[in-house]
Design a protein around this ligand. Structure first.
Ligand code: CAA
Length: 464
């Protein structure tokens, strides 16, 4: 039985901090954000928003757009790394909000859990729900997988340049109009690591930035190796001599903590794949330098990052590699459109990869490219750490879904925050009633209880 993504919807908060204002107030070169990281604007949540209401707003959009009733939905999964409760799943809050619109008890038949594994958990949720459909357990119903996060870092930290917020929801069923997942090829890697984590009670993560960048690429590469073995053994793809698996992916979507991380990760994967192939000789000729090798043959992340001479040479080599015509073609045709939304919105943690997929569909379609039958590869990464690589094929009915996609219209009018407003929001100085945007037809947070017996209870309303 087929399983895949039938439709996708987003909800992005309408406040943002502009990269130029950010750089100005932090004494940074704006070019570092805009060109170095690929960050132009970062979406920031209002004082009456939390990850649960971002998720509920995205779910309401996809249900209304597709005229779905709660009876059409058999499972609702929420994936997040911005949880605010150690026990009560974010699903309950989302269901509670949706039932304000669809009626109390309307979703009581619907199962689901909150999943956690940093930014990769949404991919596990997609995989588990696709398998629920493939196993014929769905009884004709669809699943909603919603990925929702607020990427918030400490004031003045290097991560603060890579913030953002938003939710993406995917409707999964057995006759998907957008993308059918390739069966039996999803591959993972996993390792106990401390590259990025958020201990109990801490609102912002502890991050080892450069370590996390390298670990992301290593872990995704490991998952890609496993994926390669599976596509060949399952017969999904016939590999000819001199080819790489990436030649068989028309599009490659990567996890995007900031848009240039997608570029970095693609360059890393392509470089490792091409190194084994006859084409590498010509690439080296064009680059005009040998590929650097780290001093320590063990090649641990610590030894590689500590080898300053190697890191500098490798950086130079990578820059030259990404300028080669062959790499530029791969970058332009397979990745570039997926980065546009990330540049405008910022980091969405679990939702970043899927915002990238959504961005790729819209902007490739606008180029007039026929996407039917194109294979899309996904490189998902979650700190701590695990990676997942999987793929799917764009379905004949995709046009019906993609032709009306309009990122700017879906975000809506945005308010550019002043630095003082940004600081007030970041430091949680405003109460829900002091929100900056007064939105209609949306769920908002109105109260978080602080009394001993009901501490942490949250109340939401649907703004008519
Ligand atoms: N003009 C143009 N470019 C400039 C520049 C300038 N003035 N100054 C620096 N740059 C370039 C640098 O050359 C670099 O480009 P390359 O990567 O191509 O070399 C880029 O801008 C970034 O500069 P730095 O590497 O010096 O930046 P940094 O160390 O200060 O911070 C960061 C970058 C480590 C990503 C930091 O923002 C951070 O810690 N972010 C949070 C962690 C993160 O996002 N990790 C990603 C992998 S883990 C993950 O993916 C999970 C998740 O969602 C968080």
């Amino acid at each position: 039985m087929a399983a895949g993504i039938d439709d996708i919807a987003i909800y992005i908060p309408r406040l943002y901090i502009d990269a130029a204002d950010f750089a100005d107030n932090r004494g940074l070169d704006p070019v570092k954000l805009q060109k170095g990281l690929g960050v132009s604007q970062m979406a920031i949540v209002d004082s009456n928003q939390d990850p649960a209401c971002l998720a509920a707003n995205a779910c309401l959009r996809i249900m209304q757009k597709n005229k779905l009733s709660p009876d059409d939905i058999g499972r609702l999964y929420v994936s997040t790394e911005s949880a605010f409760d150690e026990s009560k799943a974010m699903n309950s809050y989302v269901i509670g909000m949706l039932e304000q619109v669809y009626g109390q008890g309307a979703f009581e038949h619907c199962g689901g859990v909150e999943t956690k594994f940093a930014c990769v958990s949404g991919s596990y949720a997609l995989y588990d729900n696709a398998n629920w459909i493939r196993a014929d357990e769905a009884d004709g119903k669809a699943a909603l997988v919603v990925v929702s996060d607020i990427a918030k870092y400490d004031m003045g930290s290097s991560g603060e340049m890579t913030q953002g917020a938003g939710a993406v929801v995917m409707l999964l069923n057995d006759d998907p109009r957008l993308l059918a997942f390739d069966p039996k090829v999803t591959s993972t890697s996993i390792k106990d690591e401390y590259d990025f984590y958020r201990p109990f009670g801490k609102e912002t993560p502890i991050v080892h930035g450069q370590y996390s960048n390298l670990l992301y690429m290593i872990q995704v590469r490991k998952a890609l190796e496993a994926y390669k073995r599976k596509v060949v053994s399952s017969g999904l793809i016939k590999m000819e001599a001199g080819e790489t698996i990436l030649d068989h992916m028309d599009y490659i979507n990567m996890h995007l903590p900031y848009s240039n991380m997608g570029k970095k990760a693609l360059a890393y994967l392509v470089r490792h794949e091409w190194r084994q192939l006859p084409r590498w000789k010509n690439i080296l000729k064009e680059i005009g330098m040998d590929e650097p090798i780290p001093k320590d043959p063990r090649g641990t992340i610590e030894s590689v990052l500590g080898d300053e001479e190697f890191m500098a040479k490798d950086h130079e080599f990578t820059k030259l590699f990404t300028k080669t015509q062959a790499y530029q073609e791969v970058y332009e045709s397979k990745l570039s459109s997926s980065l546009i939304a990330s540049t405008m919105i910022g980091n969405l943690y679990t939702a970043s990869l899927y915002l990238g997929f959504r961005s790729s569909l819209e902007f490739e379609y606008q180029k007039g490219i026929d996407l039917e039958g194109k294979r899309v590869g996904f490189g998902s990464y979650g700190s701590g750490s695990s990676a997942m690589v999987f793929s799917g094929v764009v379905q004949p009915a995709y046009k019906e879904m993609v032709k009306d996609m309009n990122l700017e219209a879906e975000i809506g009018d945005r308010k550019r925050l002043t630095w003082d407003e940004y600081e007030e929001l970041h430091e949680n100085k405003l109460s829900p009633e002091e929100s900056m945007v007064h939105s209609k037809k949306e769920f908002v947070l109105v109260h978080v209880n602080t009394e001993k017996e009901s501490r942490g209870e949250r109340r939401y309303i649907f703004n008519e």
